[in-house]
Design a protein around this ligand. Structure first.
Ligand code: SAH
Length: 370
């Protein structure tokens, strides 16, 4: 049994309520044994692969996106580039290299990385060592100074804990983790219904809510709408709020049961973009998208960038560039973890931007959504 499996059983035996949300927060974020706290989960040898790890083009295009947004903001003399959940630091490293072409933007820039994992922070410090930019690290948004800012979040929101509510006999009950007579964890429901949810649904329908995602989004939107700036959110998720659960556990690129080995498998849930957009608008920000990653990256010029790279590449490298390009923009169904067919990253991943209401439309995105 994993140390966190033991820890969670102890909490339940002591009569504490372990909601699914609390379970997920412990499994991912426990300071000693949490999934992200103890490892680098990325790549072929890890549990999953992300866009910046597939190709340098991803971070480069985002760096150039930030430079254009800064110009659209009226080129403020000071600008913060803030990344939430920077992983290995690859995206930021590629972005900072690319945005050097916009010299005045580079001069105005300070960099802030929000990371809870000491292991990943160490990797970010290593890859960004020697950077000429002033870079600081934060545990949360709270310590990032106010002021004009551009926020980037790739595969960040899907890593935040979710709650599940199940509709039974006319009321919503929160999912909690129970312990059976054989010492096995199982999904149960809270004794008392949650009365604040007004929606009605079919018997046993599940409503998935990420409270932390909304708190983060509200803070981003407030800052963007007050201090000027924009936030770019890239993740897999759904465009319309819908019933159903999307919690998934992945280990070595294969799905496993979320309850089996807390702390040893990555836990993620699809991002409810529609719900995040409502939160952002309520705080006074304009919302663009969500739209497919494929459309966003091609509008930003990923095909041209790939051609540029291929011109300087060996034939073998050129094949790698094409392969990476295809992975990032493909929309055709492909075999995903566990053998299920899923849309390619270009369609599965969505891009949403929120901006100060006076800012013109940011590059790569369609007109504001209502
Ligand atoms: N953006 C990176 C990594 C995505 S994985 C990439 O695309 O490769 C999720 C990242 O978010 C990891 O760096 C993880 O440690 C971090 N993270 C997870 N929960 C967090 C939280 N509550 N606050 C800050 N960072 C968090």
């Amino acid at each position: 049994m994993t140390p966190l499996g033991e820890h969670i059983r102890r909490l339940i035996r002591n009569g504490e309520t372990v909601s699914l949300e609390r379970f997920m927060a412990i499994a991912l974020g426990d300071p000693e044994h949490g999934y992200y706290m103890t490892r680098d989960p990325f790549g072929v040898d890890g549990d999953f692969t992300t866009a910046p790890e597939i190709s340098q083009m991803f971070g480069e295009l985002l760096g150039l996106w930030a430079a254009e947004v800064w110009a659209l903001m009226g080129s403020p003399k000071q600008i913060q580039l803030v990344e939430l959940g920077p992983g290995r630091g690859t995206l930021m490293s590629d972005a900072l290299r690319a945005l050097q072409v916009a010299g005045n933007f580079a001069k105005a820039l300070t960099v802030h990385l929000i990371e809870t994992s000491p292991v990943l922070e160490a990797q970010q410090r290593e890859i960004l060592a020697g950077s000429e930019f002033k870079i600081s690290w934060h545990q949360s948004l709270d310590t990032v100074p106010y002021g004009p800012s551009i926020f980037l979040a790739n595969e960040f929101f899907d890593a935040l804990p979710v709650r599940h509510y199940v509709f039974q006999e006319g009321a919503w009950y929160e999912k909690v983790i129970g312990l059976d007579e054989n010492d096995a964890l199982y999904y149960g429901l809270a004794d008392d219904p949650e009365t604040s949810i007004r929606a009605r649904a079919d018997e046993n329908a599940v409503l998935e809510v990420s409270g932390l995602s909304h708190r983060v989004m509200a803070e981003l939107a407030k800052r963007v709408a007050t201090d000027r700036g924009a936030a770019l959110i890239i993740d897999y998720g759904h465009v319309e709020t819908q019933f159903g659960e999307t919690l998934q556990a992945l280990k070595s690129h294969e799905p496993v049961s979320p309850l089996d080995e807390p702390g040893e498998a990555d836990l993620t849930a699809h991002v409810d973009f529609a719900a995040l957009a409502r939160t952002a608008r309520a705080m006074g920000a304009s919302v663009y998208g969500p739209q497919r990653q494929a459309d966003f990256l091609s509008k930003l010029g990923i095909f041209e960038r790939a051609n540029g790279l291929k011109r300087q590449a060996t034939p073998r490298q050129a094949i790698e560039v094409d392969r990476a390009l295809l992975r990032l923009v493909s929309t055709a169904p492909e075999r995903g973890a566990g053998g299920a067919m899923v849309p390619g990253m270009g369609a599965l991943f969505k891009v949403m931007a929120i901006t100060h209401p006076d800012m013109p439309q940011p590059p790569g995105l369609q007109s504001p959504s209502k």
